[in-house]
Design a protein around this ligand. Sequence first.
Ligand SMILES: C[S@@+](CC[C@H](N)C(=O)[O-])C[C@H]1O[C@@H](n2cnc3c(N)ncnc32)[C@H](O)[C@@H]1O
Length: 256
Amino acid sequence: MLHAPLNPSAYRVLDIGCGTGAVTAYLGRKYPGAEVYGIDLWTVPPLEGGQPDNVSFVQGNFMDTRDPRLGDRMDFCFSRLLVMGMRNWRGYVSKVHGLLKPGGWAEMQDAVLRFFGPDGVEMKTGWIGALRDGAHAGGMDWNCGGNVAEVMRGVGFEGVRRWEYMIPLGTWDRIPEEARQSGEFDGPVSPGASKSLIGKMLKGTYDEDEIEEFKTQAREDIERQPVYIKFAVTVGRKSAPQMFSNTVKGRECKLV
Ligand SMILES: C[S@@+](CC[C@H](N)C(=O)[O-])C[C@H]1O[C@@H](n2cnc3c(N)ncnc32)[C@H](O)[C@@H]1O
């Protein structure tokens, strides 16, 4: 699930917009020697399977939190699916860069809200256009998963790399057997989550009846054929200062 080549002795880890805290708990178990924090605007509900001892949660807005637990710099900052919450991606990525230790890694997993049929052809039905309108009206970056690599380079991250995945909407039985075997997917986006995504993104741009109509269209599309959403994982490293310099008083010299 993680793509950043993180040092196993990472000491401080942060999951930004941690939601249910499930990924934060995963990070806590993966790095038992680390202090792992999750931050979210909302209180994190009790975790199924318990909260690892090295995990704690901060309630607040990542963009302006002054929580002292996040005062020291991080080895790793992770986020997944901030597409609906984040309005200022450059500000967000700069804030993450500032919070990392030199040499620390950021990993941002987010949506490229484009939908594809099983033949790989991009779908353009009404509900998809409506989602774009809703995202635009709400000030969201519809293609944040696609754009964030450029933003990371712009604020000074190095070693920026990006992977793309197609995540199926619907249920497990819609995922081809070979894709299940390869472990490419964490799991499908459930029909409930797809409906809730449409409801949240269209609220305020369309009225209730129109939103219901778009939900029906989406459900029919997803029932008729497998529908995939594109998802991108982007990693980048905060540069570490060089230990040795080959300049003396501004003049380059040979190391012998
Ligand atoms: C779609 S959920 C994803 C949750 C989790 N990362 C996951 O992948 O399961 C997005 C979460 O980001 C949180 N969020 C959005 N903006 C935030 C901010 N500025 N500071 C903290 N949390 C934020 C929301 O409250 C929400 O719980």
